[in-house]
Design a protein around this ligand. Structure first.
Ligand code: HEC
Ligand code: HEC
Length: 419
């Protein structure tokens, strides 16, 4: 009896000890990762340029009110909603003509904007210099490249400020529905102007908006300008962009501290053992950090994981060529900016076209795309016949992912939920 007890005791001791050792081991491994990559919290960090030059109260009003949209029916907040981490919870966004929130928008009569919306948390942080799935706004060596021309020279104070005004100039996101005979006056003037000319056209439209004294939102806007010693004459696209950017920066005050960031700040109890195992896989044999690298879990570069195209993309035949739409380089076809993984568990569905409903679906697709098609089939005959082109674009880096058990995958997904 005594022997049994002492054996049990010893067994228990060994058990506790070995799991303690293992836990210690995981923390040690992760400490090394954190040091090697110089990881630090960045989700709630803010670029000083964005804050210094904008009027966040003006930005808040413009963000929440439909005053800038051609048919007075869309605001930034229609697609970047507070309750879904400033995304919209939809596979593809629903723009002008849409109504309501979340799935209500899908059922409404709105125009589909053929990409999956991002959260805006973290976008005001320093070094976040590449915007949109295709990187059409990018800061490189002191210049902001964008479809509007160079941004700093025009008076935008950050790449975020340029990114923030592009939706206002887009037909489906803001300007309004194009009819055969009727379109509204914003649509006609801005949509038909090219590149930098769009800025002048938009400035004209903004001047008309701010001079409409009937509108109560306009009265509020004018009061906010007056409070800073500005007049309606000053109300132009760069002011709007800088204001929206500073509001997005201010939103950061509501930014949640994630468990992963608490962990890297030195709280080992912020993650469970499984989540820590997932982190070791993410940075190790999973090779995820090869692309989802650094504090923001993105190299801000462009890669293809071979996401099926569907039939609703912005390009001909409903395709979305991704980065190639900006560079016109064949090798950039189907490449998209590595999405940052901050708050990723809150921003389903996934992929540039929202094709994946769950984290599990999209992560498995990186490892092996075949089971996805077995389960979900093709959206059309066209997709089944053309998918080979997309498949050929898949990054060779995906070939180094070495996840070999369901337990590893479970741990990896658990880790993603802490970001
Ligand atoms: C119709 C829905 C819709 C509306 C309205 C909308 N957005 Fe977006 N937003 C999106 C989608 C979809 C994307 C991704 C588009 C892409 O990358 O091509 C996006 C991307 C962005 C990005 C880039 C984020 C990143 O990680 O690169 C910023 C910044 C942004 N929106 C700000 C705004 C602001 C500011 C407004 C209001 C002026 C606005 N959006 C209005 C749907 C919308
Ligand atoms: C070759 C670079 C690369 C590697 C390696 C990589 N990813 Fe990705 N990942 C991407 C790109 C690019 C996308 C977006 C593709 C698209 O939508 O067309 C993406 C999308 C995702 C998404 C969806 C995010 C969203 O907001 O839609 C998740 C989650 C994700 N990856 C997790 C992982 C995990 C976990 C690993 C490791 C097993 C990994 N990735 C390895 C490049 C990579």
């Amino acid at each position: 009896m005594k022997r049994l007890f002492s054996n049990l005791y010893l067994g228990l001791l060994v058990l506790c000890w070995s799991s303690a050792l293992q836990a210690l081991d995981l923390d040690d491994q992760l400490r090394l990762v954190i040091q090697a990559y110089g990881l630090e919290p960045a989700l709630c960090e803010v670029d000083a340029r964005v804050v210094k030059h904008g009027n966040p109260e003006l930005g808040r009003l413009l963000f929440k009110s439909p005053v800038l949209s051609g048919d007075y029916d869309t605001s930034c907040g229609s697609c970047h909603q507070d309750q879904v981490a400033l995304a919209d919870g939809l596979p593809l966004a629903v723009g002008v003509g849409g109504a309501g929130k979340g799935n209500e928008r899908l059922a409404s009569d709105g125009v589909v904007v053929p990409r999956n919306a991002f959260t805006l948390f973290g976008r005001a942080s320093a070094g976040f210099n590449t915007f949109f799935w295709d990187g059409k706004v990018m800061e490189i060596q002191g210049k902001i490249y964008s479809p509007l021309g160079e941004g700093f020279a025009q008076g935008f104070r950050s790449p975020l400020a340029v990114a923030a005004v592009l939706p206002i100039l887009a037909r489906d996101e803001f300007l309004g529905r194009q009819g055969m005979l009727n379109g509204n006056s914003h649509l006609e003037r801005i949509n038909s102007a090219y590149y930098a000319d769009k800025v002048a056209a938009a400035n004209q439209v903004l001047q008309e908006i701010i001079r409409n004294p009937e509108d109560p939102v306009v009265r509020e806007l004018r009061a906010l300008l007056a409070a800073r010693g500005q007049t309606p004459d000053d109300f132009d696209l760069t002011m709007v962009g800088n204001a929206l950017a500073s509001f997005i920066a201010q939103k950061t005050a509501e930014c949640p501290q994630t468990r992963w960031e608490r962990y890297i700040e030195g709280d080992p109890s912020a993650l469970t053992k499984t989540e820590k195992q997932g982190a070791v896989i993410f940075f190790g044999k999973g090779r995820c950090a090869g692309c989802h690298s650094g504090n923001r879990f993105s190299d801000l570069q462009f890669h293809s994981i071979g996401v099926p195209q569907g039939d609703l993309g912005p390009h001909m035949h409903g395709q979305d060529l991704g980065r190639a739409d900006v560079t016109y380089q064949t090798e950039d076809r189907y490449r998209f900016r590595t999405p940052p993984l901050w708050l990723v568990s809150k921003t389903a569905p996934y992929g540039h076209n929202g094709r994946f409903e769950t984290l599990d679906d999209v992560v498995r697709f990186h490892l092996n795309p075949i089971p996805f098609f077995v389960a979900h089939k093709w959206t059309s005959q066209r997709e089944s016949l053309t998918y080979g082109k997309v498949l050929a674009s898949r990054s060779f880096r995906l070939g180094f992912i070495d996840i070999t058990s369901e337990d590893e995958l479970t741990a990896l997904i658990a880790f993603l939920k802490t970001l």
